[in-house]
Design a protein around this ligand. Structure first.
Ligand SMILES: [Ca+2]
Ligand SMILES: [Ca+2]
Length: 282
């Protein structure tokens, strides 16, 4: 809030103007976790699957773990299958946190046996941001699988996490580990204009162990997206002269960290946008 001092005739008039707070408004969303397993041998067939999901924006926390095993009369042979999916998320006025994971395991100790496990977790949300805001987003994703024998792959895992302006080509955050072992994480800070955004994250893990195969797979991602006042340059939750100084230093150095409108260049428009926001207050 700042005070505007104006003169009306000879009388000074002080008008208090409250700046608008940055607010996340969910528009559409769904979250789900699922798991499926089957443990199959010549005499026994155990098949089970389960899934939970929700539409809407209430806090979501759910986990499914399925296990099955069966044993041949020949004690050397065994079939096991595990699958799990886990998801949790919170959607606040200026912060979204979420994490999901999935695991799978399959064991088939006999040439005619088959152990299949799979886990999945999905997160989808579109949301509106009411004004230009400073943001910090942190995301991490990992996928890992050992479900192969030589060159033969009988499973895998994938992790995808994506946050973007629904109309823009450049995402705020994009992590994609597609059916390869690996992990990636990223922290980004910048400004997002008012508008509609989409957040999508999926993980899956699958093992289909046949003929003495034995493997496991896992995948997960985590996300923390926070919005701040557009003039809170150092995103510490308060706006003061340190933010102004830090911005102007970056702007004078021509650093992209001062690219307020996100058009890829740093020019007078960015300086005007920042100082206008700074003078308006939070
Ligand atoms: Ca600050
Ligand atoms: Ca710019």
């Amino acid at each position: 809030m700042r005070l505007l001092s104006m003169c009306v005739g000879a009388l000074p008039l002080v008008v208090a103007t409250a700046a608008q707070a940055q607010v996340i408004t969910p528009v559409q969303g769904s979250r789900s976790v699922s798991a499926g397993i089957s443990a199959v041998d010549a005499t026994t067939n155990v098949v089970h699957s389960d899934s939970h999901g929700t539409h809407g924006f209430a806090p979501f926390s759910d986990s499914i773990v399925l296990k099955a095993n069966t044993q041949y009369e020949d004690s050397k042979s065994r079939v096991d299958a595990d699958g799990s999916g886990t998801g949790q998320s919170t959607i606040g006025a200026s912060r979204i946190t979420a994490s999901v994971s999935a695991t799978a395991r399959g064991v088939a100790m006999d040439p005619s046996a088959r152990g299949q496990g799979q886990g999945n977790a999905d997160f989808y949300l579109t949301f509106n941001v009411n004004r230009i805001s400073r943001y910090v987003v942190w995301g991490s994703a990992q996928a890992d699988s050992d479900a192969y024998i030589g060159a033969y792959q009988f499973g895998g895992s994938t992790a995808l996490l994506y946050v973007a302006d629904i109309t823009a080509t450049h995402p705020i955050l994009s992590l994609d580990i597609g059916n390869l072992d690996g992990e990636d994480s990223s922290t980004r800070t910048g400004w997002i204009p008012a508008g509609q955004y989409t957040l999508q994250g999926d993980v899956s893990a699958l093992v289909d162990a046949q003929g003495q195969g034995n493997g496991s797979a896992s995948a997960s991602w985590s996300l923390d997206l926070q919005l701040f006042c557009p003039s809170d340059y150092d995103v510490n939750g308060t706006v003061n002269v340190a933010d102004r100084t830090a911005f102007l230093n970056a702007w004078q150095a021509g650093q992209l960290a001062a690219d307020v409108d996100g058009n890829g260049t740093v020019d007078a428009t960015d300086r005007t946008l920042f100082l206008s926001a700074y003078n308006t207050g939070c």
